[in-house]
Design a binder for this molecule. Structure first.
Ligand code: ME8
Length: 506
């Protein structure tokens, strides 16, 4: 058996409720996971929670709970959220699980034994908010630190350091020799620019227990816990190791957001090299969502609640909007008007209308019995399927949706051109009507298959309305001609109910 395609997401800090950014990233990974399965690959999809560190400890304190109780309660919410998004993850990691902690400690012991760490005294500045040490060179021209660091305090403490610097040239050479290791290209160029223009400082991988105790104890010094990022990054390998029969490592894709590129494209590869492990094949970096042109922020109230959107519009409308609106890479801007307009134009009037009128006409004019096969739209369907297959293999999700909608639009245009409602009035046109109805129903079937990774609920409904059993989850089912003469379809029903316009403010 070949190694499964192993895809991961960032693990989210368990210090609050999921937001649009978390949902977006998880949907990207889910669509890639589903499309690879549809294309015949075995897939292992991992997501989960980052439960240690100061942010979580502080949030627990504010909630007057022990950190573990606090994380346990939140984990239930996040697991429910993963289900709400219909994620097809194969495992869900929580970094407080014994299986993860034991693995992280074994890595720490191994690297310590190999002489990769040393203990030193640090004197300088510390941002508790970002859990990071700052230096004189981090000051702005006016002498202050960037407000994003929050309050910065002076500090003198012992810690353990990881010898990053030794591996700098190796990493530059690796990234240059492997152009698809960091994608999109402009993120790769940023990392290369950073590595070529800076000397990598050794990385502080511990925090004294006296200051922070919510972490994995260093196995070789109980006075310290592991710095949260060293703990968190290891999740990708610890969960692979928890399924030894699958031989998952190395991962094929780490899907992450643009703010955590340095951790994944600099620290993690060097950690793996020191561990003697191969590197993940690709780090796929997505951009950040804004709302109405401004940063998403709980404190200013500029937020999008993905659960509320899903409740009002349905999961598939949410999945569609985030993937169709924003390519993987650049930043995106969520507007409620934009969401509403894509829903109306592309889902309700585009796909929904096509499926509903195609099946309703087949029901009305032919009692729901599929006529003899005809190939008029076969070439259009094959073109969309070929393009979609190639684009899915390159994780080009937005372009794949554009290609699928090329077929939706072609079929809607075909209805207008052939005017089956007119043909139905003329008994001499019965054979022509049969052809048109076949082409429309079969196009709907092909669309169900192409849409499966993106809109699994809608795709399943289309299949059911066509009276087909089984699931449209194998890409090869998109080959033209799946519907056979005499097959009885099911009951048509609107896929995307029309929504009233929002009431205008008086
Ligand atoms: O960074 N738009 O966790 P996190 C799009 N625990 N994506 C966004 C976003 C936005 N507005 N805001 C956040 C962490 N994200 C660490 C990860 S991995 C070993 C440890 C993305 O909860 C962000 O870029 O702050 C990241 O990929 C993910 O959400 C989790 O962010």
């Amino acid at each position: 058996m070949s190694k499964p395609f192993y895809i991961t997401t960032a693990i989210d800090y368990s210090n609050g409720q999921p937001h649009i950014g978390h949902a977006y990233e998880k949907v990207i990974a889910d669509v890639i996971a589903r499309s690879r399965r549809s294309l015949g690959q075995e897939v292992f999809f991992l997501t989960g929670l980052d439960e240690h560190g100061q942010k979580v400890q502080q949030a627990a304190l504010a909630a007057k709970k022990s950190p573990q109780e606090y994380c346990d309660a939140l984990a239930a919410d996040w697991l429910a959220f993963a289900q709400k998004l219909e994620l097809t993850n194969n495992d869900f990691v929580r970094t407080t699980q014994p299986r993860h902690k034991a693995f992280a400690q074994s890595v720490l012991s191994q690297l310590h034994a190999a002489g990769q760490f040393y203990k030193a005294t640090y004197t300088g500045f510390y941002s508790a908010k970002e859990e990071t040490f700052l230096m004189e060179k981090d000051r702005r021209p006016d002498g202050t630190f960037d407000p994003s660091y929050g309050p910065v305090t002076e500090l003198k403490e012992d810690n353990y350091y990881f010898k990053l610097g030794e591996h700098q040239q190796w990493l530059i050479d690796y990234i240059e020799a492997n152009p698809t290791f960091i994608q999109p290209d402009y993120r790769r160029n940023e990392v290369l620019g950073f590595l070529k223009n800076n000397t990598l400082e050794d990385l502080c991988i511990s925090r004294p227990v006296a200051r922070l105790n919510w972490g994995i104890p260093l196995p070789f010094d109980p006075e310290f816990v592991t710095w949260v990022w060293f703990d968190a990054l290891v999740n990708y390998a610890s969960i692979a190791a928890a399924h030894p029969e699958l031989a998952l490592w190395p991962a094929d894709i780490h899907v992450i957001g643009k703010d955590i590129v340095k951790f994944h494209a600099v620290y993690w590869p060097i950690m793996l090299k020191a561990m003697g492990q191969p590197l993940p094949k690709q780090i796929l970096v997505h951009g950040w969502w804004q709302k109405d042109g401004a940063r998403i922020s709980k404190s200013t109230g500029n937020v999008i609640d993905p659960i509320a959107v899903i409740h009002e519009w349905g999961l598939d409308a949410f999945r569609f909007y985030v993937l169709r609106e924003l390519d993987i890479g650049p930043d995106g801007n969520w507007t409620d008007a934009g969401f509403r307009s894509r829903y109306q134009a592309e889902l309700a009037n585009g796909l929904g209308n096509l499926v509903n009128r195609s099946l309703s006409m087949l029901k009305r004019y032919r009692q729901g019995i599929v006529p003899a096969p005809s190939n008029e739209l076969a070439a259009d369907a094959a073109k969309a399927a070929d393009e979609t297959r190639a684009l899915l293999r390159q994780n080009q999700l937005q372009s794949a949706l554009q290609s699928i909608w090329g077929l939706v639009n072609r079929a809607n245009q075909y209805v207008d051109q052939t005017a089956p409602f007119k043909l139905a009035k003329d008994p001499a046109q019965a054979a022509r009507l049969d052809e048109v109805l076949y082409n429309l129903a079969e196009t709907c079937r092909v669309l169900a298959v192409l849409l499966w990774p993106f809109l699994p609920g809608t795709s399943t409904k289309i299949y059911a309305q066509l009276g087909l059993t089984g699931s449209p989850d194998q890409f090869d089912l998109s080959r033209w001609g799946g519907l056979t003469a005499g097959h009885a379809i099911g009951e048509p029903a609107p896929l995307f109910p029309r929504k009233d316009e929002p009431k205008k403010e008086a």
